[in-house]
Write a protein that binds this ligand. Structure first.
Ligand SMILES: Nc1ncnc2c1ncn2[C@@H]1O[C@H](COP(=O)(O)OP(=O)(O)OP(=O)(O)O)[C@@H](O)[C@H]1O
Ligand SMILES: [Mg+2]
Length: 189
């Protein structure tokens, strides 16, 4: 069973960055800009690709469930828009992306056939994250995914001296396949 609490304790947290967004289509690209900057600030840019993919899926789902207006909202429509919150939490060996929305309905991983058009977002999250889940919050829930940051591997110079350097766990073949499927679907739409 997926855990129903945040996947970390306060004392384990090394940094937190958070952004609140109206549930409009622009929330996905804005959250990607925000996370790119935050990861760079926290020297975690090496895992940017995976974090941004995971966040895009979670934010898209959060915006969908919150209910996005079909066109750019007029000023007097803004109060009808719900909010989603994106939070990046840094731990010693990983980062956690949390996306909060107003629905208390938990996300459900779907079994999809080869020709299904949708239902793969959380499958991608599952492949890229070491673990993921959701927990109830006041007024809704948070869906989270944890992405590993491997500690720097000792590298050696040609003369055998140790050099610094960071490495990130490469995604497995399933993640690569899911990325290609996602890219194909995006091109087709
Ligand atoms: N934040 C959420 N709140 C409530 N239900 C959710 C949330 N995220 C996902 N779900 C549920 O889980 C299902 C699976 O989500 P998933 O992202 O895998 O597929 P999808 O959003 O339906 O399609 P795709 O992501 O491929 O466009 C959704 O159809 C929805 O019913
Ligand atoms: Mg989705």
């Amino acid at each position: 069973m997926r855990r129903q609490t945040a996947p970390y304790q306060t004392r384990q947290v090394r940094f937190v960055d958070q952004l609140s967004l109206v549930a409009a289509e622009s929330a996905v690209s804005t959250s990607r800009h925000f996370l790119r900057l935050a990861l760079s600030k926290w020297q975690a840019a090496l895992i940017e690709d995976d974090v941004l993919l995971v966040a895009s899926e979670l934010v898209t789902n959060a915006v969908t469930v919150t209910g996005v207006l079909p066109k750019p909202p007029a000023w007097d429509e803004l109060e009808r828009l719900g909010l989603v919150h994106v939070r990046l939490v840094g731990l010693s060996d990983s980062v956690v992306v949390e996306v909060w929305d107003v629905s208390d309905e938990p996300p459900r991983l779907q079994r999809v056939g080869d020709d299904a058009e949708g239902g793969r977002g959380l499958l991608l999250v599952q492949e890229l994250a070491t673990r993921w889940g959701s927990y109830r919050t006041t007024g809704g829930k948070a869906v989270w995914a944890q992405v590993a940051v491997r500690p720097p591997l000792p590298r050696r110079s040609p003369r055998g001296e140790r050099l610094g350097g960071a490495a990130v766990a490469p995604p497995g073949p399933d993640a690569a396949l899911l990325r290609r499927i996602r890219a194909g679907l995006d091109t087709a739409l």
